[in-house]
Design a protein around this ligand. Structure first.
Ligand SMILES: Nc1ncnc2c1ncn2[C@@H]1O[C@H](COP(=O)(O)OP(=O)(O)OP(=O)(O)O)[C@@H](O)[C@H]1O
Length: 472
């Protein structure tokens, strides 16, 4: 019998003890150091319990606006024996052996790094233990759970950007961004590419979760694709997560949108492209020309269905890195659509809780990657019961905390859809249909940083073309 112990038992816990001691010593020398490292390291990241307790106490004293000195820290955590040395003696030693305060951020990063290594090791050990004991029944479910755990490690590099900042530096950041935008040095986000919408909002701003909501058939994918193309045409990187359609179907829509001209009596629809059979030579030429222009756009399509939000987040991070390598910047993530994001299983079927978990994670992702996330969302049947079927904010009530998490909610409505689907059409209906067949209403139902209101846009729904109404 093979009595060899599991190799994992021999792996020492990664730690950075000298960095832990060096950092605490530096803070004892100069209290201000703590402000420079708190965005990098948390008390839980320390390997030694006593070091974690000392750092936590230091943070609490700082928050209370009090001095950080060894004597007060010792009183706060108690002068217990640490095995041949008391807390007071330990603090005196940290103070005496502290070298320079300038490398405190490096110490903090080393501590954080070791903490993430320990988390990774623990997750790997748990996985081996669960697999070898036969506890894993459903591999895909277990893998989704592992992804959740590993996600903490995967996002640890962005820890600093997500951490607390003083009001002074937050307002300075706002001034820097405003001045840069004023001087035309940076965009404040990707534009919608539709002037009336861009005027009413400030475009798709980094960190925002923007919800595009509507009943089926209202044109959510149409508007989502059109806005994604507009952002990419303006040079912004777009990652389009298509949980409903395969990439080729999106390709058909993009070709139709790109080759659309309002002067065309019979513009090429995406259905024509999908059918292929009746295409003329001119259509083929138009498609090829559109394809050449599309190929230059920084837009990537994710076409795998059944992804959890953690998987989407992990792929978005990879996509951002890959765009950066090409000198592009990821500005917008489109998720088509919220209802198709796979839940983790944690709330086993409680739909409202599941959606709350998903939208909360989307908001975190937008902030972490500093991108706008445009989430397409299907509204409940509630709207169908009203005479006026235009969406209202309360239609989102079944969608977990979407309404609260969203920075902006836009409701889509096409009257033409309802007129076309009426069982019997009156001559008045036919006249109404003629007047509204190319119109999509976009109603800004919620905007954290601006007004609400409606814009009517031109929409050739069969060509996936959306633009300013006045242009036609
Ligand atoms: N060739 C066409 N002629 C007429 N209407 C069309 C044509 N092609 C598409 N449509 C209409 O476009 C709408 C679909 O647009 P889109 O896929 O953007 O909507 P959606 O809101 O995303 O819908 P869903 O939630 O059902 O996926 C449908 O109402 C469909 O009838």
């Amino acid at each position: 019998m093979n009595m060899r112990p599991e190799p994992a038992e021999f792996i020492e816990q990664p730690h950075a003890l000298s960095a832990e001691q060096g950092l605490l010593g530096a803070i004892l020398h100069n209290s201000d150091v703590i402000d420079r490292v708190r965005g990098i390291v948390d008390p839980e990241d320390f390997h030694e319990q006593v070091n974690a307790a000392i750092f936590r106490t230091m943070c609490e004293r700082r928050d209370a606006g009090e001095n950080i000195d060894g004597r007060l820290v010792r009183i706060a955590i108690g002068d217990q024996d640490l095995g041949g040395i008391t807390v007071g003696e330990y603090l005196a030693r940290l103070y005496a052996h502290a070298t320079t305060v300038s490398n405190a951020p490096d110490y903090a990063r080393a501590i954080r790094h070791a903490a993430m290594m320990r988390k990774l090791l623990a997750a790997a050990r748990d996985a081996v233990a669960a697999m070898s004991s036969g506890a894993v029944q459903d591999p895909s479910r277990y893998a989704a759970q592992m992804i959740e755990e590993l996600d903490v490690v995967a996002t640890s590099g962005t820890h600093e950007s997500l951490k607390r900042v003083s009001l002074g530096s937050a307002s300075q950041q706002a001034i820097d961004a405003a001045l840069a935008a004023r001087e035309g040095r940076i965009d404040r986000g990707a534009p919608y590419g539709i002037p009336s919408l861009d005027r009413m909002t400030l475009g798709m701003r980094p960190g925002q979760m923007i919800v595009l909501a509507g009943r089926p058939g209202m044109g959510k994918t149409t508007v989502g694709v059109a806005l994604a193309l507009n952002a990419a045409k303006a040079g912004h990187g777009v990652y389009f997560v298509s949980l409903e359609m395969v990439a080729q179907e999106l390709g058909e829509r993009a070709l139709a949108a790109m080759s659309f001209s309002p002067r065309d009596k019979q513009p090429l629809s995406y259905r024509d492209i999908a059918k292929g059979k009746d295409l003329t030579d001119a259509d083929v030429w138009a498609m090829q020309d559109a394809q050449k222009r599309l190929a230059k756009l920084p837009l990537t399509i994710e076409q795998q269905s059944g992804l959890t939000i953690s998987q989407i987040a992990a792929r978005a991070r990879q996509e951002r890195a890959s765009m950066e390598r090409k000198g592009q910047r990821l500005s917008v993530i489109v998720i088509d659509h919220l209802g198709l994001v796979k839940p983790t299983g944690r709330y086993s079927g409680n739909r409202v809780q599941e959606l709350t978990e998903i939208t909360g994670a989307i908001k975190v992702l937008a902030k972490e990657l500093n991108v706008a996330v445009l989430v397409l969302s299907q509204l409940s049947r509630e709207a169908e019961k009203r005479d006026d079927k235009r969406p209202v904010l309360s239609d989102l009530r079944d969608s977990g905390s979407t309404e609260q998490d969203a920075d902006m909610v836009m409701g889509l409505f096409r009257e033409a859809y309802y007129l076309e689907h009426k069982s019997s059409q009156t001559p008045e209906d036919a006249m109404k249909l003629e007047a509204c067949k190319d119109i999509i209403e976009v109603e800004v139902l919620k905007q954290r940083q601006g007004p609400t209101g409606r814009v009517n846009l031109f929409c050739a729904i069969h060509c996936n073309a959306v633009s300013e109404l006045s242009e036609y």
